[in-house]
Design a protein around this ligand. Structure first.
Ligand SMILES: [Zn+2]
Length: 590
């Protein structure tokens, strides 16, 4: 007869009880010093060793060859009987889930009155699922515990101590309580490794890692899942066999999806997810695995070890991934997943939801460009940028207060937030996690590229003139290698030019992050304008108001926003593609 691993490797001594040393050491010490209590309450999640430890306690109390340290021998007749859970006169196991009436409680009480079977022995009642006992049963137990018969010990095990607290607080106060820890994946893995070695079964490290992760803190589950995987075949226990037994999505698929996101291959999302769905994969589990991988990547990016429970192969892949993501993107992706998850589980449209999410991830590259831009522009001086601008016009005077500036003015009544460019910040969780709005004014609005006589006497700057040449000006900045500044300027429209030559730029409502970098490079912008016009003296950058009642558009994920984002992305990657993009634009529109 096949003995399950959980049963075969059930600990026989306190020392063998994994993880819960804070409990086992205390109990062993109490036995060694002869200071055993009449009642114990063992609390903790399922599968962490509560009943096991109760049995070891019973064995230790009744062992014929107990060590001076309080350990049971584990092999004498008494130990063997108790360990196996077979009939023992002195150790009575009660499952409260099935014996919870008052009659059983009376029965218990009467039986407790009988002395243990031998002079040196203890009677031990192990009550499992103790929170299922009725109030009457607790009342009967309270009477016993108020005047406990000698050499009788009650051990209550429960996953829900708060229920006992509500129903039988007076009993609780008479029990010594121990809280068991959830068993970490590393401990589960170590234990599985020992058990399989004892069985003479080789196992791939990744197989153990998968089992430990699936066991989710329960040693009992870990061992029975291992049984399940072993029953599928012979020889080395492979990760693949574990996946087959547990219905797990291969890690490779998760890593492939991350790579796809990192490389912005949005179009590849669809065949990838379709293939998974066709293969009958549980998309919910898959989403969870993607989140897990992103979390590990984030940990790596932030300098951590990348979580303990990664296979070597995936760790290597994630290290590679980590070099391609910035923390801001990872946090946003994780936030988006956690927001989606509750809805995802109930949805009948899991495939579409998952595809949409991953396409959003794949198109998410703005953070990278902003961070690159900020690097390029430096920390952004207070007054017009760098010292090289001494002869340049003064810094932008008082940009119109942005939403950001207003919200930053907590204590300063707004004054400080005007003259000083507000430092860009990373989006807070209250903002839409993704900004998929059109990146710039639509190309259709741009005037025809004018290669007009730049050598002719320069006209004085006017709004019409500036608007007419705006694309060209930005394009020249880009050609001069000011890529980041040019990218930022794609988010503004010139909206006013005063008689004194003060130019006002309006940023798109969501473009406030560009305000400070542009303002800091005001001198460069003015000199670019100066290649075509005279008289430009100052620059004001303000953020456009969001139309009232306008839902943040990023919440709505439309084909339109994907399209525009994709165009912006392509343009950013290769400015020389502008013409081609315009064509593509038309094709997509029509
Ligand atoms: Zn023994």
């Amino acid at each position: 007869m096949y003995l399950s691993l959980a049963r075969k490797y059930r600990p026989r001594t306190f020392a063998e009880v994994a993880v819960q040393t804070h409990v086992s050491n205390t109990l062993r010490g109490a036995i060694a010093r002869g200071r055993v209590a009449h009642g114990y309450l063992l609390c903790g999640p399922r599968g962490v060793g509560k009943t096991t430890l109760a049995r070891v306690l019973a064995m230790a109390l009744n062992c014929e060859r107990r060590g001076a340290d309080g350990e049971p021998c584990g092999t004498c007749a008494s130990c063997t009987r108790i360990w196996a859970g077979s009939a023992s006169l002195d150790v009575i196991e009660i499952d409260a889930a099935s014996n919870r009436g008052v009659d059983d409680a009376r029965d218990l009480r009467e039986r407790a009155m009988y002395a243990p079977s031998g002079e040196e022995r203890y009677k031990v009642y192990i009550v499992d699922e103790a929170h299922m006992l009725t109030r009457e049963a607790w009342n009967a137990l309270l009477k016993i515990l108020e005047e406990p018969p000698p050499r009788v010990v009650f051990v209550f095990a429960t996953t829900e101590p708060q229920k006992i607290q509500q129903m039988a607080a007076p009993v609780l106060s008479r029990l010594q309580r121990f809280d068991f820890k959830r068993i970490g994946a590393a401990d589960v893995r170590a234990r599985l490794s020992t058990v399989l070695a004892a069985e003479g079964i080789a196992a791939e490290p990744d197989a153990l890692m998968l089992l430990a992760r699936a066991a989710d803190g329960s040693m009992r589950d870990a061992l029975s899942l291992t049984d399940q995987a072993l029953s599928l075949g012979d020889g080395t226990l492979t990760a693949q066999r574990v996946r087959d037994a547990l219905g797990l999505v291969p890690e490779d698929e998760v890593l492939a999806v991350l790579a796809l996101v990192a490389e912005h291959r949005a179009a590849d999302v669809f065949p990838t997810i379709a293939r998974l769905a066709d293969a009958g994969a549980d998309l919910g589990l898959f989403l969870g695995a993607v989140a897990e991988a992103l979390r590990s990547t984030l940990e790596l990016v932030l300098g951590g070890s990348g979580a303990g429970e990664l296979s070597d192969a995936s760790r290597a892949a994630l290290v590679d991934c980590a070099s391609r993501f910035v923390p801001g993107d990872l946090v946003r992706m994780l936030t988006a997943i956690s927001e989606l998850e509750p809805r995802f589980r109930r949805s009948g449209q899991q495939q579409i939801l998952l595809e949409t999410l991953l396409v959003r991830f794949a198109l998410l590259d703005r953070t990278v460009s902003i961070e690159a831009m900020l690097r390029e522009m430096g920390p952004g001086g207070e007054e017009g940028g760098s010292g090289a601008d001494r002869s340049a016009p003064p810094a932008p005077p008082r940009p119109a207060p942005s939403r950001e500036a207003r919200s930053a003015g907590g204590g300063g009544a707004g004054r400080a937030s005007h003259d000083r460019p507000v430092a860009p910040r990373t989006p807070t969780p209250t903002e839409p996690p993704f900004d998929l709005r059109p990146a710039a004014a639509p190309l259709a609005d741009a005037p025809p590229r004018a290669a007009t006589a730049a050598r002719a006497p320069q006209p004085r700057v006017t709004l019409d003139g500036l608007v007419g040449q705006w694309t060209e000006i930005v394009s020249r900045l880009r050609t001069d290698g000011r890529m980041a500044l040019a990218a930022a300027l794609e988010h503004v429209q010139p909206i006013a030019v005063s008689a004194s030559g003060e130019i006002t730029f309006e940023l798109e409502p969501t473009g406030e992050i560009y305000q400070q970098p542009i303002a800091a490079s005001a001198a460069d912008v003015l000199s670019a304008v100066g290649t075509m016009f005279t008289g430009a003296s100052r620059l004001v950058v303000r953020v456009g108001e969001r139309p009232a009642g306008d839902e943040p558009a990023a919440r709505r994920f439309t084909e339109e926003s994907v399209r525009v984002e994709r165009l912006a992305m392509l343009r950013k990657r290769d400015p020389t593609l502008d013409a081609a993009v315009e064509t593509l634009d038309l094709e997509l529109l029509d």
